[in-house]
Design a protein around this ligand. Structure first.
Ligand code: NAD
Length: 355
């Protein structure tokens, strides 16, 4: 007999950065759901991110690699999940340039394994089922000085990471068209906030400023990104999951564009004040390094669909979100030390040695 009486929701990649915030929100807000966090615990997955929810009665952890089709099938047969929020992925563009196949394996084939498993279990009764796929604005490629990415913008991915995410988006949509699998896709801009692995710009630079190490800015720092506080993304995921229309796509963004160099200077100013260092001392660590190949110039999101249809907008200003983020890293130095030891050092040396 099924020991789980409630709606069973599988969240993949729940030990990672965004996934951990989504898991926490769902576990806390919806005691009527059983939340299954499926994660392979790669270098980017860390159960420390969920220490505050691990004892909750509606939280369950499954250590599974989505590349293992048999294992994925067997857990679907065992638990018969009702809905899926799929976040598990290789997520770092620089790593995708060094090892593109790893991104095809997890992001494309791993997603296919989940789609196939869901399809098998759900095909006789699609009522109440949902495959919600979390994706990125990077699938749209790059913008010039003007314009925004809308849900109707054509895909034109430029990095192996964005190509693998674009491919997985296409497969999700194709399973909807071909097998009637109920799905939703959301494409979000750059996230920042607590628990982000310090290979990504904001936590990398916070860590380097603490350690007084150089701040490697690609090219001339002219690249523009839209930034969204991770908890606002988790709230958007909740809205899309509960109120979004099946077989639709939603763009999610912070309406908050920053050139990298200006963002780094702002970060330096806040860090100087937090660390009681002389004004301008962190900015002296800025070091321009050889550009990333295939670097997209500008990303910016038109988030009006989710705003108008689902009533979502970011709740935190960038300045407040950044301050909360910096405070979190300063208050959680042990977390930062744990994730930046061992293998991280190898990665860091390789990544920046070639620049
Ligand atoms: P992350 O790298 O922090 O976390 C990824 C998680 O997936 C980790 O817990 C990792 O252990 C797990 N994982 C990786 N390979 C796996 C496998 N083969 N099997 C099972 N688990 C595996 O990533 P993130 O930044 O939290 O991103 C989550 C999702 O959101 C990704 O799909 C990403 O493409 C998307 N996204 C991220 C951003 C961003 O700014 N970080 C923006 C838009 C969309």
């Amino acid at each position: 007999m099924d020991e789980f009486k409630k709606v069973k929701i599988l969240i993949t990649g729940g030990a990672g950065f965004i996934g951990s915030h989504v898991v926490r929100l769902f576990v806390d807000k919806y005691p009527e759901y059983d939340i299954f966090n499926l994660d392979a615990l790669t270098y980017a997955g860390n159960l420390e991110n969920l220490i505050d929810v691990e004892d909750k009665e509606n939280y369950h952890f499954l250590k599974v690699d989505i590349n293992d089709a048999n294992k994925v099938d067997s857990i679907f047969e065992k638990y018969k999940f009702d809905k899926i929020i799929h976040l598990a992925a290789e997520s770092h563009v620089d790593r995708s340039i060094k090892d593109p196949l790893a991104f095809v394996r997890t992001n494309v084939i791993g997603t296919m394994n989940l789609l196939n498993a869901a399809n098998k279990i759900w095909k006789d009764n699609l009522q109440g089922k949902l495959f919600y796929h979390i994706s990125t604005d990077e699938v749209y490629g790059t913008l010039g000085e003007e314009g925004l990415f809308a849900e109707t913008t054509s895909y034109a991915p430029n990095s192996p990471y964005s190509a693998s995410k674009a491919s997985s988006d296409h497969f999700v949509r194709a399973y909807g068209e071909t097998y009637d699998l109920p799905y939703i896709i959301s494409n979000c801009s750059n996230n920042y906030g607590p628990n982000q692995f310090p290979e990504k710009l904001i936590p990398l630079f916070i860590n380097n400023i603490i350690e007084e190490k150089p701040l490697p800015v690609y090219g001339n720092g002219d690249y523009t990104r839209d930034w969204l506080y991770v908890i606002d993304h988790a709230i958007a995921v909740d809205k899309v999951f509960h109120k979004g229309k099946n077989n639709e796509t939603y763009n999610i963004g912070g309406i908050n564009e920053w050139k990298n160099i200006n963002l780094v200077k702002l970060l330096c100013r806040i860090m100087d004040a937090k660390l009681n260092r002389a004004e301008g001392s962190s900015a002296q660590l800025i070091s321009f390094v050889k550009d990333r190949p295939g670097h997209d110039k500008r990303y910016a999101i038109d988030a009006s669909k989710i705003g108008k249809q689902l009533g979502w907008k970011p709740s935190v200003t960038f300045e407040d979100g950044l301050e909360k983020t910096i405070d979190w890293y300063l208050d959680n130095e042990d977390w930062l030390k744990n994730v930046t030891s061992g293998k991280y050092q190898e990665y860091y040396t390789k990544q920046y040695a070639t620049n």
